[in-house]
Design a binder for this molecule. Structure first.
Ligand code: ATP
Ligand code: IP8
Length: 257
């Protein structure tokens, strides 16, 4: 079993509202299909989620009625992106089955509490590919909130122990500072929780409502146990994801418990 998250940074252009990267998506779908192992696929929202979620402050929960338009638009947009992902997976010969988080998660006070696993189990039983994604969800305290693909990866990892969990982004892995900014930095082959203090993990211009790379790493450290294989790699470079899936050598960062 593999857990793979196609990050919003790689399947969309996060700086341009509702802008997907169809050719990257198509190639990544082919790379994902290059294994007989079962995969639970998660994808991020990128510019189909973060920009409007931020504008309407959806990650803060209900404040006033004007946000409801944002709830509707964001849930529609992430479904549009999900359809594109499904099309790409179908094109690559897989049988994807979307599982919208808004229907299966329990969110309490801004945190992912639990998930209904039955649809995942049934899907895997049919050897189909469950596909879930970052979404707007109901929250029992705040009325609604934003569930990220990273939250889902963390929780699903507990229910479906994977031989490898791979987070695909638009950079080679974790660096000492943001590779998209000027200045010296170094790619880390391994990152441990003790490294967090010395890394510069910026969230680009406050555009990410789910914590960016720092949030991602903290969520992983919380759920990992020693020996687990968690990787962050660059999906813009052809072959890296398929090499990671096949157990070949590739460039990336291993997140170590
Ligand atoms: P989404 O949440 O939309 O699914 P994602 O999971 O693909 O997105 P991000 O949360 O955007 O990924 O995190 C990846 C981004 O983090 C990269 O585009 C990179 O510019 C930024 N970043 C900031 N600091 C660092 C760092 N020290 N090392 C690596 N990436 C960094
Ligand atoms: O892109 C965020 O999920 P992520 C979901 O995995 C929304 O962080 C709707 C912004």
């Amino acid at each position: 079993m593999l857990l793979v998250k196609l990050g919003g940074s790689v399947i969309t252009d996060k700086s341009r509202l509702r802008t997907a990267r169809p050719s990257v998506l198509k190639r990544l779908a082919r790379e994902v299909s290059a294994t007989k192992e079962q995969i639970i696929l998660v994808h991020g929202a990128g510019s189909f989620g973060h920009i409007l979620a931020k504008r309407y402050r959806l990650h803060e929960g209900y404040r006033d009625e004007s946000q409801l338009r944002g709830v509707s638009e964001v849930q529609r947009d992430v479904r549009r992106l999900n359809l594109m992902v499904d099309d790409a997976l179908l094109g690559a010969g897989l049988n994807p089955m979307p599982i919208p988080p808004s229907l299966v998660v329990r969110f309490v006070d801004g945190r992912l509490h639990d998930i209904e696993t039955r649809p995942f189990i049934q899907c895997l039983g049919l050897r189909m590919t469950p596909v879930t994604f970052g979404d707007v969800v109901f929250d029992s305290e705040r009325r609604f909130g934003i569930c990220s693909g990273d939250d889902l990866i963390g929780l699903l990892h507990g229910y479906f122990p994977a031989s490898k969990t791979i987070l695909v982004t638009d950079v080679d892995g974790v660096f000492t500072s943001d590779p998209k900014k000027k200045g010296r930095r170094e790619l880390l082959r391994e990152v441990r929780i003790g490294d967090m203090g010395r890394l510069n993990l910026s969230v680009r211009a406050g555009k990410d409502v789910t914590g960016g790379i720092e949030g991602k790493l903290r969520k992983m450290f919380k759920v990992m146990e020693s020996g687990d294989e968690f990787w962050i790699l660059n999906g813009l470079v052809p072959g890296r994801l398929s090499d990671a899936i096949k157990g070949k050598r590739f460039i990336g960062t291993r997140v170590v418990a």
